[in-house]
Ligand binder design. Structure first.
Ligand code: ADP
Ligand code: MG
Ligand code: MG
Length: 350
């Protein structure tokens, strides 16, 4: 077995095994698990999400013209094209799993496992899709053209934090981590500076604006689902809860909640039918609080229901930042900021 995560006697798809060498585990959950892997010939690293077919909920499938039924998550990584959304590179499958091969974005933020990663090689690699794919395989762009316009930078993460405490999310032993959760944990005061927060938040807002324009709601925006490099360039990952908002229904409402409770909007917590767009804006407000303060704006569910923001009193940030935070976290979804209003907010005009 290549990892504890695979069942006894499991065989990897042969073309995958010939192409990639599995390395470290990045995360795991009920849906499956994520590992890094190295391209055997070109040497660059990728992230591979192993999605257990049986665990993909009924709502999370789409019919693809070319490939038939696919998890929405797999479809979207191919379909979307935005600099702040992680790119799908390839797809494999066996009886149990889809293997969603993605660009490995970011820098490892885990102090113990902070090894150089091979973004440089990724950018220089020839198209990895030149090998004949087995069906179904996504005809994705080559990694070269999907890469960012900015040149790759060496891995210089933030200076280590002033405390050796481990993050509070479920431990995944000593894996390298590339996400914003870890980045915040490793930052000197366990939060970003206001300038860093602005830079990161603007990119996330840009990506969510793009999603909104394409009728897509991510529904699980949070620090763990954003990967970040040492220049604070970020990309959104994990479209496992995403949906297409049906354009034929003028104001569709949802009753079931698929995201993370700490990021759930007031109307979701009070079990009202909710609209996807304002609920997404709320998650952005919670994210903004994590960036600026390192903690949720709401110590209790009651505070969240009322939209009662509790500030960490030792932390100072500008009135404009506070205004945007309040606008995103308005308890009334009709009065909450729209993604357009966030984009145009004066906090970004510095
Ligand atoms: P889950 O649905 O279980 O939350 P994710 O897709 O969010 O799975 O992946 C789990 C973790 O793996 C993320 O929080 C992140 O730390 C890491 N990860 C996933 N995809 C990537 C990627 N493309 N680049 C870097 N890290 C990734
Ligand atoms: Mg996730
Ligand atoms: Mg998920």
């Amino acid at each position: 077995r290549y990892s504890e995560q695979f069942p006894e006697g499991h065989h990897l798809d042969l073309r995958f095994a010939c192409t990639y060498q599995l390395e470290d585990q990045l995360g795991s959950g009920g849906y499956g698990f994520v590992m890094t892997a190295k391209h055997r010939v070109a040497g660059y690293e990728v992230a591979v999400k192993f999605i257990i077919k049986d665990k993909v909920p009924d709502y999370a499938w789409v019919d693809d013209e070319r490939y038939g039924r696919l998890p929405t998550e797999v479809f979207l990584l191919d379909y979307m094209d935005h600099k702040n959304i992680v790119k799908g590179i390839d797809l494999f499958q066996d009886q149990l799993f889809y293997y969603l091969v993605q660009e490995l974005h970011g820098s490892p933020w885990d102090k113990a496992a902070r090894k150089m990663h091979t973004r440089q090689q990724l950018l220089q690699a020839p198209s990895i899709l030149s090998a004949p794919p087995l069906a179904p395989s996504l005809s994705m762009e080559s990694v070269d053209s999907a890469g960012p316009a900015t040149p790759p930078s060496p891995c210089h993460p933030l200076p280590p934090g002033d405390s050796g405490l481990m993050p509070s999310r479920p431990p995944c032993s000593r894996r390298p981590s590339y996400d914003l959760f870890e980045c915040i944990e490793q930052s000197p005061h366990k939060r970003l500076t206001e300038d860093q927060a602005r830079h990161v938040f603007a990119q996330v807002v840009d990506a969510v604006h793009y999603l909104d324009a394409h009728g897509i709601s991510h529904r699980d925006i949070k620090d763990e689902n954003i990967v970040i490099d040492s220049d604070f360039n970020v990309k959104i990952i994990d479209f496992g809860s995403a949906i297409f908002v049906d354009p034929s229904i003028p104001r569709p409402h949802y009753t079931l909640f698929y995201g993370t409770t700490a990021y759930a909007a007031s109307e979701i917590l009070t079990k009202k039918p909710y609209q996807a767009a304002p609920a997404e804006v709320w998650t952005l407000g919670v994210l903004l609080s994590y960036l600026l303060q390192g903690v949720s704006p709401f110590p209790t569910v009651r505070d969240a229901v009322k939209g009662r923001i509790i500030l960490e009193n030792r932390i100072r940030f500008s009135d404009d930042a506070m205004d945007l935070l309040q606008f995103c976290l308005h308890p009334n979804p009709a009065k909450r900021a729209t993604i357009q209003e966030i984009k145009e907010h004066r906090w970004f005009r510095v």
